[in-house]
Design a protein around this ligand. Structure first.
Ligand code: HSE
Length: 312
C-alpha cells in the first residue's frame, strides 16, 4: 500500500533571466544560491507561511510561495491546506530569481505531497501566476529555470510553457551582485521603464542574437553564447538609464579586457552575469575595486549551471 507523505522539503536554485536578447523568454538556472521550502499538508483549508529563515523583511502574506500554492490548490480542487517553512538562501531584489525560486520550490513540494498530479512543466504556469502578483505582469522565465534546471526557453505564454534545452556543466559564470536595495516592487519598476515600441531593424537584430544564444547553448559553444548574451539592444539600455544597473558599462569594459566571453544584466538587475573562459582572480579583484571605489559593497560569486527543483 502507498503510504502518503505529509511533509516534504524541496530545494530550488537561483536563476538569471533574459541572458541578453531573450527578454522573458530565456533563463539559466545557476548554483550560486538556493532556497529551500518545507511543505506540510494540513486539514485546515488554508495556506500559511509559518516560518521564514535567512532574509529580513520577507512578507508571509505577499509572498510568491503563498500565491503559488493557493493557486495550485485552487486549480486542483484540493480541500486541504498547507503550512510552509521557507529558508531563503537567494538574496532578494538582485535579479537572481529569488521570488521565482521560492514559488518553484513551494509548488514542486506541494505537488509532491499530492502524489505528483502535475509534471514539473505544468507547474510553470502556476508559479508564473504568483510572480505576476509580485512583479505587476506575469513572467515565467525565472520560475521555469528554477523548476526545470539548465538553460530554458519559454515556448508558450498563455498558458506558460517552457523546455530545458541544455545544461552545459563546464560553462563558468561569475555573478556580480552589488549590495544595492531598490526597495519593494523593483521588478515592477524595472518593467515600467521598458520601451512600448521597437524599430523593425532592432527587432530583426535582436531575434538573430536570440537565435544565436539558443544555438550556442544547444551546441554548448561558449563563444557563441558569450557573443549572443552581450548583444542586447532594447531592454538593458532602458534599465541602465533608469539607474537600475549601476556600473554596467564599466563592468563590461573590465570583463572584456580580462578576456570574458560574455556579459549581460541578470534579470532586472542590479546583478550582472559574466561568462568566462577560465576563472580569473585578476578579473574578480578589478571588479571589486570598481564597486568599492564607488562605495558599493559587492559580492562576486562563481556559478555553474544548476539542476531543477528536487526533494532533499
Ligand atoms: N524577465 C524578467 C524581467 C525577469 O527582466 O523583467 C525579472 O525577474
Amino acid at each position: 500500500m502507498n503510504k502518503s507523505i505529509l511533509k516534504v522539503k524541496v530545494r530550488a536554485y537561483s536563476s538569471s533571466a533574459n541572458l541578453g536578447p531573450g527578454f522573458d523568454v530565456t533563463a539559466l538556472c545557476l548554483d550560486a544560491y538556493c532556497d529551500e521550502v518545507e511543505a506540510e499538508l494540513v486539514n485546515e483549508k488554508r495556506v500559511r507561511i509559518i516560518e521564514v529563515e535567512g532574509e529580513e523583511g520577507i512578507s508571509k502574506y505577499r509572498n510568491t510561495a503563498k500565491y503559488a500554492v493557493d493557486e495550485l490548490l485552487r486549480r486542483l480542487n484540493v480541500e486541504k491546506g498547507v503550512n510552509l517553512k521557507i529558508k531563503k538562501g537567494i538574496p532578494i531584489g538582485k535579479g537572481l530569481g529569488s521570488s521565482g525560486a521560492t514559488a518553484a520550490a513551494a509548488v514542486y513540494a506541494v505537488n509532491k505531497l499530492l502524489g505528483s498530479p502535475l509534471k514539473p512543466e505544468d507547474l510553470i504556469d502556476v508559479a508564473a501566476y504568483a510572480e505576476g502578483k509580485i512583479a505587476g505582469s506575469p513572467h515565467a522565465d525565472n520560475v521555469a529555470a528554477s523548476l526545470l534546471g539548465g538553460f530554458i526557453v519559454i515556448t508558450s505564454i498563455k498558458p506558460f510553457k517552457a523546455i530545458s534545452l541544455s545544461s552545459p556543466k563546464d560553462f563558468k559564470f561569475l555573478t556580480v551582485i552589488p549590495n544595492i536595495k531598490f526597495g519593494k516592487r523593483k521588478t515592477e519598476r524595472a518593467r515600467k521603464v521598458l520601451p512600448k515600441y521597437v524599430s523593425f531593424q532592432k527587432f530583426v537584430k535582436q531575434t538573430s542574437s536570440l537565435a544565436k544564444l539558443i544555438v550556442g547553448f544547444l551546441k554548448e559553444n561558449e563563444e557563441m553564447v558569450g557573443e549572443a548574451m552581450s548583444s542586447e539592444l532594447i531592454v538593458e539600455s532602458s534599465r541602465e538609464k533608469a539607474g537600475l544597473v549601476p556600473l554596467y558599462r564599466e563592468v563590461r569594459e573590465i570583463a572584456f579586457k580580462n578576456r570574458a566571453l560574455g556579459v549581460c544584466v541578470s534579470g532586472a538587475g542590479p546583478s550582472i552575469l559574466i561568462l568566462c573562459k577560465e576563472y580569473s582572480k585578476k578579473l574578480e579583484s578589478e571588479l571589486k575595486k570598481l564597486y568599492n571605489e564607488e562605495k558599493i559593497e559587492v559580492e562576486i560569486k562563481r556559478a555553474k549551471v544548476a539542476p531543477g527543483a528536487h526533494v532533499i
